[in-house]
Write a protein that binds this ligand. Structure first.
Ligand code: SF4
Length: 408
């Protein structure tokens, strides 16, 4: 691919939410404008809806009110149902904010929802470095909190050394008058990810003003290095990069890792030249596994790009567009209830049995101390593989590994 870059504004937009990417791969900022347009994605639309409802719910809670959630919300062409799972996730986030607010006896004036922040770059331009924090809480003479609500369930995000959170904390910190800043000894970044299947729903990390100032120096210096000549540097951050389908660096990286020439991929796969798992040494396996996520993402981006080609009328041999499978759903639940009741059906017949909330949710009713441990258990869901830096402790294997049945 021709790596020539088009002229772009002297000051690229270097947002907080993608700081992990542009601070490592400066070239991505200049490659992304060439990437195929992002297609509407139901997961992104769900996230947008959850965030908007969560912001409203925080504002209402600070005014002493409870939200009335709609049944569904139209977003980017999707009809997103506001499920119990979404409502529960929002409540976990709102409860966390209210807990902090009650702890310090704060009013709505101290709680900033969907707050825009900006930081002057090396030239003093404050349109380059910017972001919108889900929630910032300024506790006078005490601390600043920034809470980031993650609705996604697939990839756990930790607050530990999280650049996005530090970026928001810095933005809040700089927005305060110097005299107020001098009275703030602590800044706390918090991730609330209620739907995460394993690991912690809430993680946090505290910083001193000196540590945030150090981050400030790093941020401004990193931003200054994002120029049109900046390199394309692949890594974990590629997962969220829109330029993946056209990125020569990530293609080379993937190619090197699996030792496959993608141009000859069909031939290679037909010849079964992919390494057989049982013949790979543990050392080589470690290298391959370290790159599994990037390979997944690369293959996803191939699928997405193929879909966008088909949508644009470009033929791809062996592939076609089809309608997605869908299940019937009620148009208007009130009308449905009325209809079935008129036909003599009882509530028991038409409603599902109510389900108990989880131990985590029930603890909110009585407090942790009043929910005896004899009432709950943690089912053994088996073991899984995680990276060394996962916060869970490593455990001994429970069963002898059976290599039989591994085929390629
Ligand atoms: S895919 Fe990765 S290497 Fe390529 S531009 Fe994006 S972040 Fe950089």
């Amino acid at each position: 691919m021709n790596d020539e870059r088009v002229a772009t504004p002297a000051h690229a937009k270097l947002g907080a939410s993608n700081c992990e990417r542009w601070s490592v791969c400066g070239g991505s900022t200049y490659l992304i404008p060439y990437a195929p347009a992002e297609l509407p994605n139901i997961y992104a639309a769900e996230g947008t809806v959850a965030h908007a409802l969560a912001a409203d719910a925080v504002n209402l809670a600070m005014a002493g009110l409870s939200p009335e959630f709609p049944i569904s919300v139209k977003q980017e062409g999707f009809d997103i149902p506001v499920t119990q799972e979404m409502r529960d996730a929002i409540n976990v986030y709102v409860d966390q904010i209210m807990e902090i607010s009650e702890q310090y006896d704060l009013s709505y004036k101290n709680v900033y929802v969907e707050q825009k922040i900006s930081i002057p770059d090396i030239d003093g331009d404050d349109t380059t470095l910017f972001g919108t924090a889900d929630c910032g809480i300024v506790v006078p003479f005490n601390c600043i909190y920034v809470l980031d609500f993650k609705y996604g369930a697939g990839v756990p995000v930790s607050a530990i050394d999280n650049k996005q959170l530090k970026y928001y904390l810095l933005g809040f910190y700089l927005s305060l008058p110097e005299s107020v800043r001098a009275e703030i000894p602590e800044l706390i970044g918090m991730i609330v990810q209620p739907r995460i299947p394993t690991g912690e729903v809430m993680t946090q990390e505290s910083y001193t003003p000196e540590q945030i100032e150090e981050f400030h120096q790093w941020l401004v210096a990193s931003a200054a290095e994002v120029t049109m000549n900046a390199s394309l540097v692949p890594g974990d951050h590629c997962r969220w990069c829109r330029a993946q389908p056209i990125c020569p660096a990530v293609k080379n990286y993937a190619q090197q890792q699996l030792e496959i020439d993608f141009i000859d991929a069909v031939e290679v796969i037909e010849q079964k030249q992919l390494p057989v798992p049982t013949e790979i040494t543990p050392e080589h396996l470690g290298v391959l596994l370290n790159n599994v996520e990037i390979m997944h993402k690369y293959l996803d981006s191939l699928m997405n790009y193929g879909y966008s080609c088909l949508q644009n009328g470009i033929k791809i041999p062996g592939w076609k567009l089809v309608d997605k499978r869908s299940n019937r759903k009620w148009k208007d639940e009130l009308e449905v209830v009325k209809h079935f009741k008129e036909k003599g059906c009882s509530d028991v017949a038409i409603y599902k049995t109510p389900a108990l909330k989880s131990p985590n949710e029930m603890e909110k009713l009585l407090g942790k101390a009043r929910v005896p441990a004899e009432l709950w258990e943690k089912p053994d869901n088996g073991q899984t593989m995680a990276r060394d830096n996962d916060t869970r402790p490593g455990v001994e294997p429970r069963a002898i590994t059976d290599f039989e049945g591994i085929e390629l």
